[in-house]
Design a protein around this ligand. Structure first.
Ligand code: AOF
Ligand code: ZN
Length: 371
């Protein structure tokens, strides 16, 4: 084989990369503006080092995995879910660290769009005589880094629309608070999704009707509740709401067009620890593209939109939904039901079905955008 020619990945490469991707999931939602990357150091088919991007984003995955491997890294293969970085941060570039450690081969998944990296990480490795195989399970790795990749490319967070739909296609009942649609396993899965997100977002309609808490309440994951955002054009969020009452523990951000005007309500909300983001309005609705850009600028990579129907439609109409997480329960809502904007037997236009699963009695479909 020609020196440095990209090698065809083997079945073993795919298996180790799949393991590295699973490892990377561990710190999803916890690495700030950095993607959660997984690295495995493999020697003679045995994992001798593992690393995942640390909380807050540093240290990166590679130096941690190399430190664990120690001298065993010399001549080993490194599996990295993202191209190793090529820039100097608080530590030297990971590509250089891999060279210094003496690995013989690097297998990479996703390519890093960061202009400081973008191909240069692999170039450093190749220049040092390391064999490089790129894009092994690249789509799978990119799927877990969708927030980082979307923000790098489109300057806004990745948006997931979560819907819980009844057997008769409803997401709730007019004039009622939370209607139970899915079972405990599906609800637990939603809490995992919350833990892995940077922000949860609802419209003021849902905040008023349901009085939701929007925290992650799974044992062991409670610390991972992300920031909660309410689209609240006229600043109507009640001081007595669960959101406001818990704002000191888990941040609440109100997106409103009245942010700059001094008002009693604003003061009162602020006293409870609520923070604000100024949003523009367009035809009586908040301007979502600009709002998302502002959230991206604040370092938010992923937003989980959890309700209600109006907010869901608004995001869909603006073409701002990247992923749809559709849970279908067995409940029948009947008269007065609020119809879901997405039907389970119809793949939404511009999306493809990426995953099907069951959580207890409930069906789960995940659609991702195709363009
Ligand atoms: C890696 N391994 O585990 C991660 C990488 O602010 P810094 O210096 O941490 O750099 C952020 C950039 O580092 C980020 O945009 C992405 O290019 C890369 N992330 N790279 O080699 C890792 N998390
Ligand atoms: Zn790095």
């Amino acid at each position: 084989m020609v020196a440095n020619a990209p090698e065809i990945p083997s079945e073993m490469d795919r298996r180790f990369m799949a393991a590295a991707i699973r490892l990377s999931r561990r710190n999803l939602g916890l690495t700030g503006t950095n993607p959660s990357v997984g690295t495995l150091i493999v020697r003679d088919g045995v994992i001798v080092g593992r690393g995942v991007t640390a909380l807050g984003g540093r240290p990166h995955a590679e130096p941690q995995a190399l430190a664990e491997a120690g001298e065993l890294a010399r001549g080993a293969t490194a599996y990295v879910t993202l191209e190793p970085c090529a820039h100097h941060g608080r530590t030297p570039p990971c590509a250089n660290t891999l060279v210094t450690a003496g690995v013989a081969r690097v297998v990479g998944a996703a390519t890093d769009p960061d202009p400081r990296v973008s191909g240069q990480g692999y170039a450093i490795l190749r220049a040092a005589g390391i064999e490089v195989t790129e894009r092994v399970l690249a789509d799978e790795a990119a799927d877990l880094m969708a927030g980082y990749l979307t923000r790098s490319i489109s300057l806004r967070p990745e948006v997931t629309l979560k819907l819980a739909v009844s057997e008769d296609g409803m997401i709730g009942r007019e004039g009622e608070g939370q209607v139970s649609i899915t079972g405990p396993q599906a609800r637990a899965q939603v809490h995992v999704m919350r833990a892995e997100s940077d922000a949860i977002l609802v419209g003021i309609g849902t905040a008023l009707a349901d009085d939701p808490e929007l925290t992650c309440r799974l044992p062991g994951l409670a610390e991972r509740s992300p920031i909660r955002i309410v689209l609240d054009r006229a600043m109507r969020l009640p001081l007595s709401s669960k959101l406001v009452r818990s704002a000191r523990d888990v941040p609440v951000l109100v997106a409103s067009c009245n942010v700059t005007a001094a008002s009693e309500r604003r003061e009162a909300l602020a006293t409870h620890g609520v923070t604000f983001i100024a949003a523009e309005t367009y035809e009586n609705r908040l301007a979502l593209p600009e709002l998302l850009e502002d959230l991206g600028a604040q370092g938010i990579l992923t937003v989980l939109v959890e309700g209600g129907a109006k907010t869901a439609r608004h995001f869909l109409e603006e073409g701002l939904v990247d992923r749809i997480a559709l849970f279908t329960g067995q409940a029948i809502v009947g008269a007065g039901g609020i119809a879901s904007p997405i039907k389970r037997d119809l793949v939404p236009e511009g999306f493809k079905l990426q995953r099907e699963a069951r959580f207890g009695e409930d069906e789960y479909l995940e659609f991702v955008r195709t363009r």
